[in-house]
Design a protein around this ligand. Structure first.
Ligand SMILES: NC(=O)c1ccc[n+]([C@@H]2O[C@H](COP(=O)([O-])OP(=O)(O)OC[C@H]3O[C@@H](n4cnc5c(N)ncnc54)[C@H](OP(=O)(O)O)[C@@H]3O)[C@@H](O)[C@H]2O)c1
Length: 277
């Protein structure tokens, strides 16, 4: 088990899963460096965690920007002298057709969901290698294995993150650094509301996708009944980080595991119909 005095850097800690992960590590006794763009939200999370005795610093940065990522890692090292665990959690989705999503928006989602975890990994690996110990946790999704209509760009970012993580496991093993992928199913956070609001400009207004949009909304409503709390995902993240020998992949909850099992068992076209495609 990892010692409680580990230093944990969490991106996307102002809300949802990242905030729950921060609470989970605080309970374990870790020191925390928390990143997100909304400074006030981040300050609220930090105040809550300090009130229960946690050592917390915040860094209100945009992880899609090179300068923000450098500031974050520099602040972690200058404050705590080390980083033991990096949780690449910040991310968002779109719910819009690929046809009507401008390329700048595609680049933007890849910047946050894929390039930021890659760049942060590049920044923390030298520190982790020096101490011969570290853990990088990448927040993927069932969408890292499954792609659905109107979500193909988000799903592509998570597929990319999965491939990056798989390759990294072997690259970093000899340095004592583990790489873990978390694959949550539906989680009760602001994720869908944020995705909807970011997608409004990219949805096309000629009605071509209205039928599909209605169908996906119904399909989502059916499956979102199985959504779990962010705390449930956080428990898995903390467990993976503190394990003496962590696994490389954690799927949470059971409903997500069943979905991935069906993907393996069913013919592709039938599986796509089951998930709403
Ligand atoms: N909710 C789900 O059903 C679900 C399922 C599977 C996987 N996931 C994954 O879980 C992760 C967290 O999502 P969530 O559900 O907790 O969503 P959320 O409640 O919307 O939280 C997203 C977090 O990411 C931060 N963030 C977004 N863009 C950022 C940027 N450019 N720089 C810094 N921080 C940024 C947000 O903070 P600011 O806005 O303050 O920057 C916020 O703290 C994401 O990677 C998501 O893909 C979610």
């Amino acid at each position: 088990m990892r010692p409680p005095n580990d230093v944990v850097l969490i991106t996307g800690a102002s809300d949802g899963i990242g905030r729950a992960v921060a609470r989970g590590f605080a309970t374990h006794g870790s020191s925390l460096i928390l990143a997100a763009r909304r400074a006030e939200r981040l300050a609220d999370v930090a105040a809550e965690l300090r009130s229960v005795g946690a050592s917390v610093v915040t860094c209100p940065v945009d992880v899609s920007l090179d300068a923000g990522r450098k500031e974050l890692v520099t602040k972690a090292i200058s404050t705590f002298g080390k980083i033991d665990v990096l949780v690449n959690n910040a991310g968002y989705g779109y719910r819009c057709p690929l046809e009507t999503t401008p390329l700048h928006a595609v680049r933007s989602i890849f910047e946050t969901n894929v390039f930021a975890p890659i760049a942060l990994t590049q920044l923390v690996v030298p520190h982790m290698r020096d101490q011969r110990r570290g853990c990088i946790i990448n927040m993927s999704s069932v969408a890292g294995k499954v792609a659905r209509p109107l979500s193909s760009l988000y799903d592509a970012t998570k597929h990319a993150l999965e491939a990056v993580s798989d390759g990294l496991v072997g690259e970093l093993r000899d340095f004592g650094i583990c790489v873990v992928v978390i694959e949550p199913g539906f989680v009760k956070t602001e994720f869908v509301a944020v995705a909807d609001s970011l997608s409004t400009d990219y949805s096309g207004n000629d009605g071509n996708y209205d039928r599909l949009r209605r169908a996906m909304r119904e399909s989502d409503a059916r499956y979102r009944r199985f959504a779990v709390s962010p705390e449930k995902v956080a428990q898995v993240v903390v467990r993976a980080a503190i394990a003496r020998r962590s696994g490389t992949r954690y799927v949470v909850p059971l409903f997500a595991r069943v979905t991935l099992l069906l993907k393996r068992l069913l013919p592709h076209a039938l599986f796509q119909r089951v998930i709403g495609g």
